[in-house]
Design a protein around this ligand. Structure first.
Ligand SMILES: [Fe+2]
Length: 320
């Protein structure tokens, strides 16, 4: 992609307002006109091969609301070949529903043609940056649009990392013209699990390239946090959102809720809490004591020996 065609990052961010992750259990109510949200984010993979009611629902909603396609299978960091079959379907979906943008995660999801269905972390260094930037450029050329990449939730760090995530993302944007999806909950989860301060992370974050933000709930297990998306947004995350809103100048914000999904009205009520954090006085960064991570006190040298043993076991089982 010719990066000269990409506008200045502060331009054209198209603040869609407050949106909700589209979930099938809410579809009938939405089609009945019972939702007041401004836009919907759809999980791309749910609609790549869909027909019947699923296709009908999405087409109807796309006619009435702005849509954003959010994927989990691009595997932008993998060493496996880029899956152009997947990308072709994604491009066809985009032609059909005309999403405002297409997003995925800074992660890898599998190797050897196997999808782990987990968003696995990357060692962040110059080698990875070169690798990911090359793949981003190829994918953007294929999709004929810039993509938007999200900071993932992580549960470990690598000995081979030499860049912090904000620096990595900033360089990635500057080399490829992609944009960023800042998941505020993921910032909190990652910082907690790695014994870091989320405000220090945000001190370095390139807010000028943020196209969208995510909010979600997580499960606090005491020694670690799991990014479950199955409960309301925690107060600590709302506090971070207040800061992110101010630093971005206000961008499209989406609430993700994927487990124990409550009614549409409850989801919307949770989403609309965001309003009270958008126009308030600038908050001082919270001074929270770092909690020592119980997940991994030491950076690891290789993902294969540690990452989600059950996932790796399932991969080996499937491969055998
Ligand atoms: Fe997210």
């Amino acid at each position: 992609m010719d990066n000269s065609s990409i506008s200045h990052p502060s331009e054209g961010r198209d603040n869609l307002g407050l949106g909700l992750g589209l979930r099938h259990c809410h579809a009938d109510q939405i089609l009945a006109g019972e939702s007041s949200v401004s836009w919907f984010e759809v999980i791309s993979e749910n609609y790549l091969d869909s027909g019947g009611k699923s296709k009908y629902v999405l087409d109807q909603i796309a006619e009435r609301y702005p849509i954003v396609c959010h994927g989990v299978s691009m595997s932008i960091g993998s060493t496996a070949p880029i899956d152009f079959g997947y990308l072709g379907k994604l491009k066809d979906l985009a032609k059909r529903v005309q999403p405002k943008w297409i997003s995925d995660h800074l992660c890898w999801t599998g190797v050897m043609g196997i999808n782990s269905h987990d968003l696995l972390p990357l060692p962040l260094n110059e080698t990875t940056l070169k690798h990911v930037a090359n793949r981003v450029s190829i994918i953007q050329d294929f999709l004929e649009r810039p993509i938007v990449l999200e900071n993932p939730s992580t549960y470990l760090s690598f000995k081979h990392s030499t860049l912090d995530e904000p620096a990595f993302l900033k360089q990635l944007v500057q080399e490829t013209g992609c944009r960023l999806l800042l998941d505020v909950n993921n910032v909190f989860v990652t910082a907690y699990n790695n014994g870091a301060d989320p405000n220090e992370y945000l001190d370095q974050f390139p807010f000028e390239y943020v196209q969208q933000m995510h909010l979600a709930g997580h499960e606090d297990c005491g020694t670690h946090i799991i990014d479950t998306h199955d409960q309301p947004v925690r107060d600590e995350v709302w506090d971070l959102y207040r800061r992110c809103w101010e630093k971005t100048g206000g961008v499209a914000t989406c609430l993700e809720w994927d487990g124990n999904i409550p009614s549409l009205s409850e989801c919307e009520a949770e989403l609309y809490k965001a309003r009270s954090y958008q126009d308030s006085e600038r908050a001082e960064p919270l001074k929270r004591k770092r909690r020592k991570s119980a997940v991994s006190s030491e950076p690891i040298s290789t993902p294969i020996s540690f990452i989600l043993p059950d996932v790796m076991e399932s991969i080996s089982n499937e491969a055998s």
